[in-house]
Write a protein that binds this ligand. Structure first.
Ligand SMILES: Cc1cc2nc3c(=O)[nH]c(=O)nc-3n(C[C@H](O)[C@H](O)[C@H](O)COP(=O)(O)O)c2cc1C
Length: 205
């Protein structure tokens, strides 16, 4: 697919949103100063209150987009109460946005283990030491916990994954691509997943 083509050409020629996603991500990797894989993920709690924060895309499977986190933090609790999420990438360097919405499920333990073991020793210890989204009395308390887990797991090649740390996979039902056009006359292309296949439509800006 020609990456220079606008979304109306993709509307005519590109049936697979993952191919377009991949092309845009590759361009973002070249142009973004930091974290081209960063996206905001919105969740909601049992009262329906939305909440949003940034995370990093760490995998794309045949069925969705994967990020890793503490399962007992705020977003973990939200996703257990309501296993649906929306995600949004905005690449300022490219003037582009991608929005995704869908349902979530935890990745298999083998997938989570593989990613966890690829992380630095400090990140793996940090996953044990952080009670994500809980209040702490002082930074000192956190540093003590880090030391405790370093003592418990001194072998850098053998730090087990905490049971409360894993990946969520967002399985999209919609993926929308947005491209900046002069005078706010932007292009939008939305793919929808229905009965096992993708349909697409273009939207007014
Ligand atoms: C660019 C960026 C990337 C981040 N990536 C992650 C991530 O992949 N996983 C994660 O748990 N938190 C990540 N964070 C921190 C989250 O935004 C958030 O502060 C944390 O996960 C707690 O959110 P919660 O209280 O809603 O659970 C990232 C923050 C930024 C700014």
């Amino acid at each position: 697919m020609n990456q220079k083509l606008g979304l109306h050409e993709c509307f005519l020629n590109e049936d697979d949103p993952y191919i377009l996603f991949d092309a845009w991500m590759k361009e973002a990797e070249k142009s973004e100063p930091n974290d081209p894989n960063a996206f905001s993920v919105a969740t909601s709690d049992s009262s329906g209150q939305p909440d949003v924060r940034m995370v990093l895309l760490k995998g794309i499977s045949k069925t969705g987009f994967i990020f890793y986190t503490n399962l007992e933090g705020k977003k973990g609790k939200d996703l257990k109460a309501n296993p649906k999420a929306s995600m949004c990438f905005h690449w300022k360097s490219l003037l582009r946005q991608i929005r995704v919405k869908g349902s979530v499920k935890l990745v298999d333990d083998t997938v989570a283990d593989k990613y966890y073991n690829s992380r630095s020793y400090g990140s793996r210890i940090g996953a044990w030491a952080s009670k994500q989204s809980s209040t702490m009395t002082s930074r000192d308390e956190f540093e003590k916990r880090i030391k405790q887990f370093e003592t418990k797991y001194p072998d850098q090649n053998n730090v087990p994954r905490p049971p409360y740390w894993s990946g969520w996979e967002i399985s999209p039902v919609e993926i929308e691509f947005w491209l900046d056009v002069k005078d706010r006359l932007h292009q939008r292309l939305r793919y929808k997943f229905n009965s096992g296949s993708w349909s697409k439509e273009i939207l007014y800006p």
